[in-house]
Every structure is written in C-alpha cells, then in structure tokens.
Design a protein around this ligand. Structure first.
Ligand SMILES: Nc1nc2c(ncn2[C@@H]2O[C@H](COP(=O)(O)OP(=O)(O)OP(=O)(O)O)[C@@H](O)[C@H]2O)c(=O)[nH]1
Ligand SMILES: [Mg+2]
Length: 469
C-alpha cells in the first residue's frame, strides 16, 4: 500500500525522541531524512518530497510544542497535519443523481473501476448505468458488458458504432432512467493530441459532474505529466487508484493528487467488482503513523457486535454510544471482541496502542488479556441481572457472594469493576466525537497519556504494559 514503509520507519525514528521534551536540529534532520527516504521509495515525485519535508522541518523547529506535549508527539502531529494537507479529504461523491467521466492511460483500470463504482452506487441504493465509449480496443464492449453483468447494473454500449461521442449521447438517452451515469472511455496517453481532442469532445457532450482520473498504483514518477495533461484537457476532480492489492507503492497517486489539486476518491483492491473502497484519509494516515484507525476499529466493533446481538435481542450496541454503559454491555463487548479475531490486530487499531507500542509488548501480553477476559466472563455469569445493569450497587458483601459463586478471587472481581469504570469513562469521552476528528482525538490522547480506548481491549489500567505508558 501507499507509503507502507513510512509508518514503520518513521515510528522507529520518532520513538528515539521518546522522553525528550525538546528537539534539536539533529533530531529534526533525522526525522526528515526518514520521511524523504520513505516517500521516495514509494515513488512520490521528488520535488513534492522536498516541499513536504521542508515544511515539516521548518514547523518542527519553529513551532513551540503546546504545554505538556513531548517532542515525539509534537513532531508526529506536524507530520500528520502536513500529510493531511497533501492528501486532503476524500473526493466528495454525493449519493444522488450525477454523471461521472472516467479517464486514464491504457490498462489503468477504467473499465474495471466503472463496473466497481456502479456496484458501489447500487449498494448505496442508487440506480447506476455504465456507458462504454471505447471504440478503440477490440473487446472493450464485451469486457464492460460482462463486468456490469457481474455487478448487476445497467449497461450501454454499441459494438458497431465507431464514434465515441455518438455512443455517449445515445447511451445517456438510453439510460436516462438511471440515477448515476458512469461514462467509461478508451485508454489514451495524455500526450497524444488526437485522443485528447476526442476526450475533450466527450467531456463537452457528457458535461460530467465529476471527472475522475484512473491511475494504476504502479505508475510512479510518470504520474505527474499525465495528471497535468488530463487536468488541462477535462479538469480532474478526483483520482481512482487501482491495483493496490499488488506490490505497487502508489506514490504516483499522491503526486497526481497534488498536481491536479484534487483528491483520492476510490481505491481498487482486486479484480472483482466488489474490490473497491472509498478512500478515507483520516483512517489511512493515522494508521500509517501508528495512531490507530478509529473508524475501521469502530466498524469492526459494530460488525462483531451486530453478530452478537443477533443472539440477544434485548441488547442494542447503540445504547453504548448513547448513554449508560453497563456491565452487560461490557460482557457483550467482550463476546464481540472474541469474534473480531486476533486481539493484537484489534489493538493495533486502537489509538495510543497501535504501532510502536505494540512492538514493545511482551509476547504473552495478549494471552494475559484473553485470560482475564475469560475470568471476567465467568464472574459476570455469577452476577444478577440487576448487578449487571447497575454495577454501582455491588458492595463488599455482593463481591463475596459473587466470588463464591464464580470460584474467582474477590480481587479479580474488584478488578472487573474497576475495568468497567474505566471503560465507561473512556466511552463517555468518545461519545462526543465526530468521525475522524483527529485534532480533538490527539488532544485527548495527550491528556490521557495513550490509555485511549484501552479498556476496549480488556487491557486498560489493570495490565502493566498499557497502564504504564
Ligand atoms: N489486481 C487488480 N487488478 C485490477 C484492478 N483494477 C483493474 N485490474 C486489472 O487490470 C487490467 C486492466 O483493467 P481495465 O479495467 O481493463 O483497464 P482500462 O483502463 O479499462 O484499460 P483500457 O480500456 O485498455 O485502457 C485488467 O486485467 C483488470 O482485471 C485492481 O484493483 N486490482
Ligand atoms: Mg477499458
């Protein structure tokens, strides 16, 4: 994936700043070199790399870290902000009627992406149609027809017509009942004048709401000229990066986004019509920097919880985000955690626990957590409905009874109650949070010293490595 190496190498460098309250020029120099190295390895355009690293350097040296912030977090924040600035928001794709034009080099993945996007819109409840205007490549018609059949979406093409502009016109008419029109075009090199004239004509006729440049993640340094030329010809609003499932590094996409002053709309991650993702900049960058991917985490939690919920009609995971967080919720959450798969993977997505910290955990730390979860589960089975709903009523005599009933130490029961309190507090903090509001999140993380959503992991304060951080 794009910049995969940046995350780990940068983390290593930043971790050297751990404990320092001030950074000197040498420190900054080292961090900036690491960033440059990773970006260049990922095929990001050289001058873009220089611009980016210059501003990181300047800010890291000039800006005073806010009170209480250590040098590492300060630099991390600057790197994060500069990357957000570069990558920007995901291209806005409203869920409404619209026309989208796809352009790009031969074989970049336009036809595949057209079918994928149509599939994506259909899952959002809209009625899409793909119009194939490629009269250049034999087989283009059949390919698009097959892919749209697989996506179960409407298709228009005319294998006997030679004029792409005419196909576009007739296609729009023939599919006028559809909400979203996705116009696929023949692959062309942006420096071939005749083909550029042709796509300009198609663009004029189609009058798209959004024009997307489809880029193979492997394009590398060539992205710059191509992006410029396509932008000049039809105006690029967003980029679709394809083949990210391969080994390509995707840095060219960052260059294209920068060059066209646009943003990334979709990612293609495979050959079937479902292999498409909306680009999520916050999640993407924070994961990259080892800050955890809040959004992905919450989706995974939600999915696992929905599965748990199917077995327990009375329980609504949404309640957690609304108000009270009971022991019952905690038990359900632990069941859900069990279904989410390997705990360490989940942990990696939790801000403050992700990235570097995970590497430092002793290997058996996760087993301890899972072991604790099992004990907690046994304890909760011995509690009454009333106690589960309102753990505050559990006093010393109830603790004794529960201990006898569950065969666990009274201490472990106290730990469970503590853990619940901590999770309750953490969840309260997260309740007010909008999607990907990173600045607020970072502030919170600073204030609570990385404890973050630790409770969710069943680790929290009770577990040495997390609590001590
Ligand atoms: N692994 C992988 N393969 C992809 C992806 N997107 C497209 N491909 C493959 O890349 C090849 C080219 O894709 P097309 O969609 O035909 O590309 P195009 O831009 O329409 O090509 P032309 O019409 O010839 O310009 C096909 O073999 C696709 O299966 C992707 O995200 N992952
Ligand atoms: Mg094609």
């Amino acid at each position: 994936m794009v910049l995969d190496n940046l995350g780990s190498s940068l983390r290593g460098t930043l971790d050297k700043l751990q404990g320092k309250s001030r950074i000197d020029e040498d420190d900054v120099e080292e961090v900036v070199k690491e960033i440059q190295r990773s970006l260049l390895q990922a095929d990001v355009d050289v001058s873009l790399v220089m611009d980016l690293s210059d501003s990181i350097k300047q800010r890291a040296l000039e800006e005073e870290p806010p009170g209480g912030t250590n040098a590492r977090d300060h630099v991390l924040k600057i790197v994060y902000e500069e990357l957000v600035d570069l990558i920007g928001e995901s291209t806005e794709i409203p869920l409404e009627s619209q026309t989208i034009l796809l352009a790009g080099l031969q074989g970049s993945g336009k036809t595949t992406s057209a079918a994928k996007m149509a599939w994506w819109f259909s899952k959002k409840g809209l009625r899409p149609a793909v119009i194939q205007t490629d009269t250049f490549r034999p087989g283009a018609y059949d390919q698009a027809k097959q892919m749209t059949e697989r996506a179960e979406v409407e298709f228009y093409g005319d294998p006997d017509e030679e004029d792409p502009v005419k196909i576009a016109r007739e296609g729009l008419e023939a599919t006028e009942d559809a909400d979203v029109h996705i116009v696929d075009t023949a692959g062309r090199h942006a420096l071939e004048d005749s083909l550029i004239d042709e796509i300009e004509e198609i663009e004029t006729l189609v009058d798209p709401d959004i024009s997307l440049l489809v880029l193979d993640a492997a394009i590398g340094q060539g992205a710059k000229d191509q992006a410029q030329e396509f932008d000049r010809a039809i105006g690029i609003d967003g980029v679709v990066v394809t083949k990210l499932d391969g080994t390509a590094k995707g840095g060219g996409a960052l260059t294209a986004v920068n060059e066209t002053d646009s943003s990334i709309a979709f990612l293609g991650t495979g050959e079937t019509v479902q292999d498409i993702e909306r680009f999520e900049p916050n999640g993407f960058i924070s994961r990259l920097l080892g800050m955890g991917d809040l959004k992905q985490l919450s989706e995974r939690v939600e999915r696992a919880m929905a599965e748990t919920q199917e077995e327990d009609e009375d329980w609504d995971p949404e309640d957690i985000m609304k108000g009270s967080f009971t022991l019952k919720d905690m038990q359900k959450q632990m069941e859900a955690m069990d279904r989410m798969g390997p705990l360490d993977q989940v942990m990696d997505m939790i801000p403050g626990l992700g990235g570097g910290l995970m590497d430092e955990l002793p290997d058996d730390a996760m087993d301890v957590t899972q072991d604790r979860m099992r004990k907690f589960d046994v304890i909760m089975d011995s509690m009454t409905e009333e106690e589960l709903e309102n753990p505050r009523i559990v006093g010393q005599s109830r603790v004794r009874r529960i201990a006898r009933g569950s065969g666990q130490d009274e201490e472990t029961i106290q730990e469970l109650l503590e853990q619940h309190k901590m999770m309750e507090q953490t969840i309260k903090q997260f309740q007010g949070m909008g999607d990907g509001d990173m600045q607020r999140m970072m502030k919170r993380l600073q204030n609570q010293g990385g404890g973050g959503m630790g409770g969710l992991g069943g680790g929290g304060g009770g577990l040495g490595p997390f609590g001590d951080d």
